[in-house]
Design a protein around this ligand. Sequence first.
Ligand code: NAD
Length: 290
Amino acid sequence: MAAIAFIGLGNMGGGMAANLAKAGHQVRAFDLSAPALAAAQEAGCTPCSTVADAVTGADVVVTMLPNGAIVGDVIENQVIGTAPAGALLIDCSTIDVATARRLAEVASAAGHPIVDAPVSGGIAAARGGTLTFMVGGTDAAFAAAEPILAAMGKAVIHAGAAGAGQAAKICNNMLLGATMVATCESFRLAERLGLDLQTFYDIASKASGQSWSMTSYCPVPGVGPQTPADNGYQGGFATALMLKDLRLAMGAAEEAGAPVPMGHLAEKLYAAFAADGHAGQDFSAIIKTL
Ligand code: NAD
């Protein structure tokens, strides 16, 4: 069992740190929020008063933080130089590919193996230990990170070199955003054309229009499986987080010179929806604008 420092105990990190403790690891936890720290203590982690306190003596440092600027500050200014030489760094936050690659260079130069390991799956999967991890890093760093990540998830996939985990995550979520909008407008058109929506679902879910957005996350209440649409679009994956991921994808596409017209339109539609006061609603609620 490892000595693990866990930084960032929010909606996602709280459940993940708890699962590491449950698996028998010694988890030293830090967050700027006192209630988050208290919850981690209740879940079997040792609360720490600073990042430095948490990473002292750690074999592994896991970060689960809001964005690339914060991850960069924590890893470059607070972890490196304080964590023991050779400690493995695992960043599970969703951040931009360029920052992930830069941090990999900085950490490697300081002698720390590092992986970017963003997750698919929401708060329930973080609590239940059923996340999917997409991992970027060297073969050796992946091999070291895999058993730690396996204690928090159902699948751990090596996507490639440093930054590849973030690249996989934002490409996946750009696809998700675009297919959700396409699913919503198809159901709206079906309705206008007089189709019964459950009947349209039964047809399209077995035909070439099928997608995860339809069959696992149908945006129409009362159609398909139980989804946030059946709960007033509460819970699920917030519009603000979808917009964050689409913006990361647009930044990466611009840097890579890749044309992404559908992704760009999805980003514009989600930006308008969030600005209209719906940032906290599930992202499938965008059907209400169509
Ligand atoms: P959150 O806002 O609930 O948690 C972030 C935590 O980081 C907060 O508790 C905050 O106090 C803490 N924090 C901020 N700055 C800090 C610092 N300098 N030092 C220590 N702690 C600090 O966010 P979340 O929903 O847990 O998301 C975390 C990451 O996971 C994000 O990158 C997000 O994009 C990604 N993600 C979230 C979901 C989801 O469904 N919520 C799904 C997949 C990926």
